[in-house]
Design a protein around this ligand. Structure first.
Ligand code: NAP
Length: 302
């Protein structure tokens, strides 16, 4: 028994198009409709037959949906919710995939009074954007965190849970504020650090751009993958998860200062102890199936 029969996806980029592909593969009888603000994206989605119906407005896309998933940048969630409000069937469940949750939950509740809302965040992605970047297996073995309000209908939460399980995800249910704190350290801060390192390297005057690229295998290139992530998406994530990110950034700055001191005073034991602890974390990530166990992410060294 499928949890939904008619799914509408608003925003047909990496995440929206991955959901569409996965639904077609795992729940082929589900009718898919959708919309994207960008006419070029709508044209591309039509060309690759991403959905059964691609509408010119968000309202038209949701008219007979029983699940609506907002897959737009975090900063656009509120306005999309307002645009679909008048056309939403009363019994449709609204969800989203935003990378921060407390702000979106508040915005959706304000824009859609009386509607059942079950916010979600699939912790899966790549540095690429757009409808061609998506793939059906993106969510396999990845966590999808649901952050329903305390008084949310348990049956609705169960249906959204089943939907994501069918796409291959494992489900975790969390308070929205706790989600934002956890993701600030596991995702948002690492992106901020990568953006900083890549920015710093490109600003250095005594090292040429050519040298930065030529010797990037020394570690730099692994940061560039993250720092190539979508600028709109990440601008919105930092603006919406401001408090949690600033809190984690404060702790990070203190730890960085301690490392600076250890290097200045030649405290090799402090450095060695930290690097030993961090190596163990990498091993745990691999043991839990959250990354490729192959050396250097499986890059070919032929
Ligand atoms: P994406 O590839 O850039 O796709 C977003 C799409 O939404 C774009 O085609 C964009 O059009 C469209 N859009 C923007 N504003 C819109 C509006 N008001 N109405 C309709 N469509 C609109 O981004 P994504 O990576 O799929 O991210 C989508 C959401 O997933 C974000 O909330 C993000 O936080 C979340 N998320 C991302 C990842 C990841 O790794 N990428 C992982 C988990 C969750 P334009 O081209 O005109 O901007």
């Amino acid at each position: 028994m499928l949890p939904f029969a008619r799914v509408a996806i608003i925003g047909l980029g990496l995440i929206g198009s991955s959901i569409a592909r996965a639904v077609r593969q795992e729940m082929p009888t589900v009718r898919l409709s959708g919309h994207d603000a960008d006419p070029a994206v709508r044209a591309r989605a039509t060309a690759i037959d991403l959905l059964h119906d691609i509408a010119d407005t968000p309202g038209a896309a949701v008219l007979d949906a029983d699940l609506v998933i907002l897959c737009v940048p975090v900063g656009a969630m509120a306005s999309v919710a307002e645009q679909i409000a008048a056309d939403l069937p009363a019994d449709a469940i609204v969800s989203d995939v935003g990378s921060s949750k407390a702000g979106i939950a508040a915005a959706l509740a304000a824009a859609l009074p009386g509607q059942t809302v079950v916010p979600a965040h699939p912790v899966a992605g790549t540095e690429n954007s757009g409808p061609d970047a998506g793939f059906a297996t993106l969510f396999h073995g990845r966590w999808c965190i649901l952050t329903p309000a305390g008084d949310a209908d348990p049956a609705a939460v169960m249906r959204v849970s089943t939907f994501w399980e069918k796409l291959g995800a494992d489900i975790e249910i969390m308070d929205a504020r706790h989600h934002d704190l956890v993701l600030a350290v596991t995702s948002h801060l690492p992106h901020l650090i990568a953006y900083t390192i890549v920015g710093t390297a490109s600003d250095l005057e005594e090292v040429t751009q050519g040298e930065v690229i030529k010797y990037s295998a020394g570690g730099f290139r692994d940061f560039t993958r993250i720092a190539a992530s979508d600028p709109t998406m990440w601008r919105d994530v930092f603006l919406s998860n401001k408090e949690a990110v600033l809190e984690m950034l404060q702790r990070f700055s203190e730890d960085l200062t301690a490392l600076q001191r250890a290097i200045r005073w030649g405290d090799g034991d402090a450095l060695f102890d930290l690097f030993t602890r961090t190596r163990a974390i990498r091993r745990s990530i691999i043991e839990q199936g959250q990354d490729d166990a192959r050396t250097d992410f499986g890059r070919s060294h032929d």
